[in-house]
Design a protein. Sequence first.
Length: 303
Amino acid sequence: MGQNTAIAWTDHTFNVAWGCTKISPGCAHCYAETFSRERAGLDIWGPGKARRTFGPKHWSMPIAWNARAGREPGLLGRGRPHLVFSSSMCDLWEDHPTIDAEREKLWDIIRRTPNLHWQLLTKRPERIAERLPEDWETLCARIWLGTSIESGDYVGRANRLIGIRAAVHFISYEPALGPLDALDLTHIEWVIFGGESGPKFRAPAGWQSWARAMRDRCADADVAYFFKQSPAFYTELGTTLDGRTIRKFPTLDTMVPPSPPSLPSPQVLFPLDNPPSPVLSPRLVGRATPGPRLRGARGRSGP
């Protein structure tokens, strides 16, 4: 799971492992479980099951993406970081010994890829704070930290998320199973709305009104809103809302570097004979790169 991705809001997906345990209604028809079982023949779902892990070739992929990001435009445009979502086939903060061990490897990869911004998504934000690396204040300048919230019953996840320093805090409102009227958008920079996809997809009555309500709330709060899709059998079906494609990202100049800003030099970060030119820091990219600005939220830690 790497180079190519069907996920519209990222450039790459990278999985530290496969396997998870379901914890809320949004997990009921988990595509990752179905893929693991039916396509790969793996029994890796549940608290007592093993997790699938990967070798050096898999873990080297982000290094190659990092080199490409110094030369080629990604979703955010030329001269801006490429986005990497981790992980689509597991939860980075699941309470499982294998996930704990593989997550530790990820921090080193993030250190070595200054041209990538990492979108780390979890349904377990309460487990994040005590399981961060010592240099989080440096790494967090390139971390988009998110939590999945499928209905109003789980808006408390956002409160756990925003207490942790990150470049962007985002909500994955997918699969959308209920309204999120109680979600406080303060300190949230990005919301992704997505209906459920797959053979057993749920399309609850009123989902369009929930999508519109969140679109309007985000506009009022200056939060970037990304409408991913309607409930559908396949992903990327019904990608418009009221006839419009709405796929916004947070502006890069809302991403505040840690204090003091101290990233190692590219020569240290790239274990390559010919390291590519590094992407400008988030603060500088928005000012130095020509072209249209991406609308989004204000940075909560900014001046």
